[in-house]
Design a protein around this ligand. Structure first.
Ligand code: G3I
Length: 367
């Protein structure tokens, strides 16, 4: 059953909209989260990392950061055998100076379009399975070893399940290795950083339409566990909203299905992380105040449910601000307005979504 729109507009939205002027004096989200045994963080990178105001906001609010793009194959691997670490190093250096912990995203993003072109046309030679394994191990070992103890949690495998089928996505490696390419990545990561948390990260959501995706991810996690693959936690990306649909209102949540999904994942002895939280409001009509209230209340309902699992330890936004959010370059709103899916606005001032997150942390059980 869907969570009705009225249910979240009713109480939370109104109270949050009324919170108004008090925001300036709010404690950092980092502290509100820490009071419950949670770490709060955000992605930063590219243009947002180049903006001193955003760096200051992230430093003020967060306990940890994740480079948005700089640790991906497309950023690190311009050519076979070549690693370009300068952009990732710059973020890691700033994080160290600023006292921020760092997550690593990601070591093996399985869809072909997110590999550099040279991988997709790679000649795997006469022993293709060995060469495919060598390439994955070389990449994972080199990247994880470089950052050693500085990165305590890695998205080892990202988005391996096709949402339409619930089955493994194909890529340049799968003809030779099948699903074993994921095992190889996890084993290499664990060998290179035995104490780091190894995460499977994906975007199966709580909205209707995610049924196959959720089921496919659970099946994959079950197979990985059964094979003894060192996966420690499930990263739930948490890009709330219409997902891959052209547009849709925020009334498609399936809280009971989501509770069951998280229960089954944690039942496999996996930890949980919210790795990429934001809300795509392209289907939410109305003026700014109306949109903000609806987004805030929807997010609060999601966080309340998700945070009720004590296995959840980290909550990261995919950017704190609407100024640089990837949502701006995704399917636009029909009215052409900028999206408002992050806790801080274009002007970097807190919005009702920020208040909703604070309330969710305050209401969360201690862990
Ligand atoms: O840096 C180049 C720039 O030099 C060039 O001029 C420009 C022209 O298009 O592209 C720039 O790179 C873009 C990069 O973002 C930085 O803005 C890439 O084209 C673009 O594909 C890339 O998009 C990122 C996307 O992942 C693909 O890597 C988004 O910023 C990033 O937010 C998004 O993040 C993903 C997570 O990794 C996984 N989960 C979903 C999430 C949202 O899609």
């Amino acid at each position: 059953m869907s969570l009705s729109r009225r249910a979240w507009l009713g109480g939370a939205g109104v109270a949050l909209a009324a919170a108004g002027a008090a925001w300036a004096d709010e404690p950092p989200l980092r502290d509100l989260a820490a009071a419950k045994g949670l770490r709060f963080g955000s992605a930063i990178g590219g243009r947002s990392f180049g903006d001193a105001q955003v760096r200051a906001l992230v430093a003020a609010q967060c306990a940890l950061v994740v480079p948005e793009n700089e640790l991906k194959w497309q950023a690190l691997r311009p050519a076979p055998g070549v690693f370009a670490f300068d952009r990732a190093d710059a973020i890691l250096g700033w994080a160290a100076q600023t006292g921020l912990a760092v997550r690593g995203h990601n070591l093996f993003w399985t869809a072909p379009k997110w590999f550099p072109a040279w991988v997709n046309s790679y000649d795997f030679g006469s022993r293709p399975a060995s060469e495919a394994e060598r390439l994955i191990v070389e990449h994972v070992t080199t990247v994880v070893t470089r950052y050693g103890a500085r990165i305590g949690s890695w998205d080892v495998v990202n988005e391996a399940i096709d949402p339409a089928t619930g089955e493994l996505r194909a890529n340049a490696f799968t003809p030779y290795l099948g699903e074993r390419c994921l095992d190889i990545a996890f084993h290499a990561a664990r060998a290179a950083a035995p104490r780091a948390q190894m995460v499977y990260n994906d975007y199966m959501g709580w909205e209707a339409g995610n049924e196959r995706h959720r089921a496919g991810v659970l099946r994959l996690l079950g197979r990985l566990k059964a094979r003894g693959v060192p996966v420690d936690a499930l990263g739930v990306q948490s890009h709330l909203g219409p997902g891959d649909l052209p547009t849709a209102p925020l009334d498609r949540a399936q809280p009971e299905a989501w509770r069951r999904f998280l229960g089954e994942a944690t039942g496999m002895d996996l930890g949980l992380l919210v790795t990429e939280f934001d809300v795509d409001d392209r289907g939410v009509p109305g003026d700014v105040a109306t949109r903000d209230a609806e987004v805030a209340a929807y997010a609060k309902a999601y966080l309340d449910l998700t945070l009720s699992f004590p296995q959840l330890r980290d909550v990261l936004c995919w950017g704190l601000d609407d100024r640089y959010s990837w949502l701006q370059s995704r399917s636009p709103r029909a009215d052409g307005a900028r999206k408002r899916g992050c806790p801080y606005g274009e002007d970097l001032r807190p919005k009702p979504l920020r208040a909703a997150m604070a309330e969710a942390f305050r209401a969360a059980p201690r862990r």
